[in-house]
Design a protein around this ligand. Structure first.
Ligand code: DON
Length: 560
């Protein structure tokens, strides 16, 4: 009887979703305001996600972009979440050894700083697809705030100033970037108004002609011409052939929750699925946040999950990845059985669980600048987006005719499969470079439901640490009963198999008793300044929506 009542209530709630508040969490305040305004004008969460994304391409150039790519998880009440993949692809002229010299060694900077480090951008097609399927307001309206910001200017915050300073060398090496971000050889000072006229014109054309303009129109022509002069290899037909793809999320059940996570070409969903699947074999309910036992156990589990991630995963459309095998309960039970209490397995003793795939192991060396944001509208529609240029300001090359900053996402491929790289890691064929292929990602925008109702939207930047940041933020809410603010602020740790070390944020690293006990159990430790920059929208049992931006970044929340 109880089940029938629950089912009836579930159906009722799905058909007549509760009206809540408009909620935005974004990496900087101007774009958050843009999102709230679009929602107040009657736009839905998908409209707002598009408008915020375009606004960030102006106000957060270290990661916000139209020259990069990313992923979105989209939820509409009463429906299963769906995943949108607008990851970049390798240009058709890309080749497996394109970043190697004659002796087969990786050419320093080739996959990060050269014009040929750019993959075919997916962002504009992705936003257009999100709007085409679910948008409510006219397309043009969603670009007006971004056009205005680019044309009339926006004030440089101290966070932005610091970001420019940190990447000064890369930005000043390119005439286009230098003119915008370091005029006169100095980083733009705080509070100055930055105008981006070329970008404003490009955005206006995209507003008028849609994604067509970026992939086939005049903008496409200008983009390819200027890129070619700088040594880039993206062609008009690469742009024309680019597609954003709807994919079925990885669905994981844990602690009464249904987690909907990013599938390949992101490794995020599979890796989190493996970690939670192994965790089920232990007394998870008895764990405490950031206790010695929790850090020890999760580090052991993470070593095993990342060994699999690095070995078996790659862009799904070019390489047969039988990832479902990695999530089978029997496989994960066996894998968890290798974990010994108080006696850490060194990474060299952790092997990918399904045996070798030709030469196994992939290079992880993702870099630190990406961004995540989430929007929920009054009707309960929710979108979580993570998108990026890969490195901060991508490869630092700004095409002056269009105002577009280029991504350096090609570096997410394994540049030298089969041979140890500079760090002694071995690259694998699953993530080798191939024309048209999508490079493996760690980006993990996530939606969590409980009993068919919205529970959380999560996301974070941080390269390979995205996976553990999203995981810990989720566990803080679900298992450790924190509220949203506590959950984003709590200190983090991270193990990625190679190198054999647990990265600990200062608050954990400076806890002598904790580190002594971890070391005694055989774990190696390293202090890191910070891990990730998470965002949360959370609806706890009391139904009152909470939102939180990570104190590690410049993010803000708006609830209205
Ligand atoms: O797709 C990836 O996993 C990386 N390109 C993301 C880079 C990133 O998160 C850098 N952020 N802080």
């Amino acid at each position: 009887m109880k089940q029938i009542v629950c089912l009836f209530l579930g159906v009722l709630l799905a058909v007549f979703p509760a009206t809540g508040q408009n909620t935005v969490v974004a990496p900087e305040p101007i774009a958050a305001e843009v999102g709230i305004k679009i929602l107040m004008q009657g736009g839905n969460a998908m409209d707002a996600a598009v408008a915020i994304g375009f606004a960030l391409s102006v106000t957060y150039p270290q990661a916000g972009n139209i020259g990069g790519g990313g992923f979105a998880m989209v939820y509409r009440p009463g429906n299963e979440p769906v995943a949108l993949d607008f990851r970049e692809t390798a240009p058709s002229a890309a080749a497996r050894n394109m970043y190697l010299d004659r002796n087969g060694n990786v050419i320093p900077g080739a996959s990060t700083l050269s014009a040929s480090s750019a993959g075919v951008p997916g962002t504009v097609r992705g936003f257009s697809e999100l709007w085409r399927c679910y948008g409510h307001l006219p397309w043009k309206r969603l670009l007006i705030p971004a056009i205005h910001l680019a044309k009339e200017g926006y004030q440089i915050s101290s966070y932005q100033h610091q970001a420019i300073l940190s990447h000064f060398k890369k930005l000043s090496a390119d005439t286009g970037s230098c003119r915008i971000f370091c005029p006169g050889g100095k980083a733009l000072p705080v509070n100055i108004l930055l105008h981006r006229p070329a970008l404003a014109k490009t955005l206006k054309k995209i507003a008028n002609h849609g994604a067509w303009e970026f992939y086939r129109g005049k903008t496409a022509g200008k983009f390819v011409k200027e890129l070619k002069k700088k040594g880039g290899i993206i062609t008009l037909s690469d742009l024309k052939n680019y597609r954003a793809l709807w994919r079925t999320p990885v669905h994981i059940k844990f602690n009464g929750d249904d987690l909907y996570l990013m599938p390949l070409p992101s490794s995020g969903g599979i890796a989190i699925g493996e970690i939670l699947g192994m965790l089920k074999n232990f007394n998870a309910a008895g764990l405490k946040a950031n206790s010695v036992e929790t850090i020890y156990l999760l580090a052991e589990i993470e070593k095993r999950a990342y060994a699999d991630r690095n070995t078996y995963l790659g862009g799904p459309d070019s390489f047969p990845v039988f990832w479902q095998r990695l999530l089978m309960p029997a496989y994960l039970e066996k894998r968890a059985a290798g974990i010994r209490p108080n006696h850490a397995t060194p990474s060299a003793g952790v092997f990918p669980g399904l045996g070798p795939v030709e030469t196994s192991g992939l290079i992880i060396k993702e870099s630190p600048q990406t961004t995540s944001y989430a929007v929920m509208d009054r009707k309960g529609n929710c979108v979580s987006v993570t998108y990026t240029l890969n490195g901060s300001f991508g490869n630092g090359i700004l095409l002056e005719k269009t105002g577009i900053l280029l991504n350096n996402e090609m570096d997410d491929f394994s540049a030298k499969p089969g041979t140890p790289n500079l760090y002694g890691l071995v690259g694998g064929i699953a993530n080798a470079i191939a024309p048209g292929k999508r490079m493996l990602s760690s980006m993990t925008p996530a939606i969590v439901l409980r009993n068919g109702r919205f529970r959380m939207a999560l996301g974070s930047p941080g390269g390979s640490t995205i996976i553990t940041t999203v995981l810990q933020t989720y566990l803080n809410l679900s298992l450790f009963s924190m509220n949203a603010k506590e959950a984003v602020a709590a200190p983090r740790f991270h193990h990625q198999w190679l190198p054999n070390v647990i990265n600990l944020e200062p608050q954990l690293y400076e806890n002598k008793i904790l580190t002594e006990r971890l070391r005694k159990s055989g774990q190696r430790l390293q202090r890191v300044r910070k891990l990730g920059n998470a965002i949360i929208i959370f609806r706890p049992d009391n139904g009152k929506t909470e939102a939180a931006a990570d104190p590690r970044g410049s993010g803000v929340t708006r609830i209205q």
